[in-house]
Design a protein around this ligand. Structure first.
Ligand code: E4P
Length: 216
């Protein structure tokens, strides 16, 4: 399973990259706005800066909602760097655009996916990645990990090549559960990645080893 970091914060991207386990980055308009990125030039530069740090796929989301504008915006994003993956919302015009991008050599990440039916449509249109939002599903009293399991079963039965990118991760446990049920990628906040390190027995064991090391 690949690890992407879900942020537009360059310091956090560097920190995850320095850990040596980072395979890519996802962003969205909310994450970009949080970093104060405004205007087309600044947006394109910020994605280029991310691509300079990480040698892996970087999802850059369009904010157009009609086919023609999504295609124009996506072409500009894809031109920034070969690792840019154009992130397109699961709407009718978005599905049409994903199909166009897949026929024109531009990889896409279909975002805002909340059902297996939407995931089938994204795969049929040729998305490189599909992003089910498991945390937001859990927030609505449904089971996000169950959706990943369902999509994973459907994709493997049907031979779909689209990679399942579990998004909206809220905890280290979410990452483990997504790995168990066949997610190809987890995109996580830095805290969830670092949360995988934690176990009290590791801390207790290390304290004892360091104590005994003084006697050596
Ligand atoms: C990433 O692809 C998604 O946009 C992101 O994981 C959504 O996360 P959130 O539900 O925490 O906003």
């Amino acid at each position: 399973m690949k690890f992407f970091i879900d942020t537009a914060n360059l310091d956090q991207i560097r920190e995850a990259h320095d850990l040596g386990v980072l395979d890519g980055v996802t962003t969205n308009p909310s994450l970009m706005a949080k970093e104060g990125i405004k205007g087309e030039a600044a947006i394109l530069k910020h994605y280029a800066d991310i691509c300079d740090i990480v040698d892996g796929d970087v999802s850059a989301e369009v904010f157009s909602t009609d086919f023609k504008s999504i295609v124009e915006e996506g072409k500009k994003l894809a031109a920034i760097h070969p690792n840019i993956v154009v992130k397109v919302p699961m709407i009718k015009e978005g599905v049409k655009a994903i199909k166009w991008f897949s026929e024109n050599g531009i990889r896409t990440n279909c975002t805002l996916v909340f059902s297996a039916g939407q995931a089938i449509l994204a795969a049929k249109a040729g998305a490189a990645y599909v992003s089910p939002f498991i945390g937001r599903i859990d927030d609505s009293n449904w089971d996000g990990v169950e959706l990943i399991a369902q999509i994973s079963q459907i994709y493997s039965l049907q031979g779909f090549k689209t990679e399942i990118l579990a998004a909206s991760i809220r905890s280290a446990l979410h990452i483990v559960k997504c790995a168990e049920v066949g997610a190809d990628v987890c995109t996580c906040p830095l805290d969830s990645i670092l949360g995988l390190l934690k176990h009290p027995l590791t801390d207790i064991g290390l304290a004892k080893f360091l104590d005994d090391a003084k006697k050596m």
